[in-house]
Design a protein around this ligand. Structure first.
Ligand SMILES: [Zn+2]
Ligand SMILES: [Zn+2]
Length: 359
């Protein structure tokens, strides 16, 4: 991340979309950590589509899995992949049948659940398997085509830079929901990357103040401390023997994607405790199944958002309940810096959420 890059806090840069424009800049993954900026045609709009000019797009851990690790899971990391799903923007063109949106409206996206399958009807859109397909193009791009039904309005008072935290905040809130943690309980968050620190903020928002974070990286530890969490080293949690942990928690939210953190967190649970996996874990973790049985421990996952979670995240951000400045890296980067920033995020040289301005 180049620190001398423009500072655009609190403002939306005017990049002057002209309806006659035919191409846009896109940062596209071409393999082995390379993400060149290429010229793509601006997508043509169907009757119910809108064209959104992306104002800000955060870099997510899943982007790192794709760009740095080329992990291939869920189809991530295939050459031609365009990342970026944590965005805010402004509508610059609307299809002929669009009546609910106008040019100039400030928006982000809601999740793409179908709304009518058994999971959706049960209030669990995060496990809907009948998702409405989107274009598959991410927001590391100047413009994005979206169906009009997929958008959520952003309130006037909400800064577009802060608004780009909507999606990861909704992820963090869902993790807290899945943990069933309540006021007065002790919660451990393993990992203080962007989702870990947002989870600390989400726990505080839900009234859970006794939060400990385990994290080896000094930059990430500093953010967790500023957020008011107690910070420990991973070695402080357990000796890896599967029992006798020094620290005990009612719930553990694993955000690092490291199987050792899942094991250590699991070993710290009190009887009846809950381990929630949020970080993308692609290797096996050693969990003492006998403890799951005898201590009635719940091990579960957290994917996507609560029912209505995107709207809740928007209103929490608009109400100023989220310590945005502590969570974001200062300044912004351009599309040209995406690969470099991903490498620095993966290696721990950058700790906060990095915001891309795709102008
Ligand atoms: Zn994300
Ligand atoms: Zn559904």
């Amino acid at each position: 991340m180049t620190r001398q890059t423009e500072m655009v806090e609190g403002s939306q840069p005017d990049r002057g979309f002209r309806p006659g424009d035919s191409t846009m800049h896109v940062a596209v993954y071409r393999g082995e950590g390379t993400v060149p900026v290429e010229s793509f045609p601006i997508p043509a709009l169907g009757a119910h589509d809108v064209l959104v000019e992306i104002a800000f797009c955060g870099i997510c851990g899943t982007d790192l899995h794709s760009i740095v690790e080329a992990s291939g899971i869920f189809g991530w990391g295939a050459p031609g992949f365009i990342g970026g799903h944590e965005w805010s923007g402004r509508i610059v063109a609307v299809g002929e049948s669009v009546t609910s949106w106008q040019v100039g409206d400030r928006v982000t996206a809601r999740s793409s659940e179908c709304g009518s399958c058994p999971a959706c009807r049960a209030g669990r859109p995060s496990i809907c398997r009948v998702r409405v397909p989107d274009d598959g193009q991410g927001a590391f791009s100047q413009y994005m085509r979206r169906n009009e039904d997929s958008l959520v309005a952003l309130p006037d008072g909400l800064d577009l830079r802060a608004a780009a935290l909507t999606e990861p905040l909704a992820v963090a809130l869902h993790a807290v929901t899945r943990s069933t943690a309540k006021k007065g309980q002790r919660v451990l968050v393993t990992g203080a990357g962007p989702i870990g620190t947002l989870t600390v903020a989400a726990l505080h928002i839900r009234g859970i103040d006794d939060v400990t974070v385990s994290e080896p990286n000094a930059l990430r530890r500093a953010i967790a401390e500023k957020l008011g969490a107690k910070v420990v080293s991973p070695e402080d949690l357990s000796d890896g023997s599967g029992g006798g942990a020094a620290l005990r928690f009612d719930a553990v939210i694993e955000t690092s994607g490291n199987p050792k953190a899942a094991t250590a967190g699991f070993d710290c649970l009190v009887p009846g405790g809950v381990l929630v996996l949020v970080g993308v874990i692609t290797a096996p973790a050693n969990l003492n199944l006998l403890r799951i049985l005898t201590d009635e421990i719940t091990v579960t996952g957290s994917a996507l958002y609560d029912d209505g979670g995107i709207r809740e995240a928007v209103s929490l951000l608009a109400d100023g309940q989220v310590p945005v400045d502590l969570l974001l890296e200062p300044g912004t980067i351009s599309l040209h810096d995406v690969a470099n920033a991903c490498a620095k995020l993966a290696s721990g040289q950058l700790a906060g959420k990095v915001m891309v301005v795709p102008s």
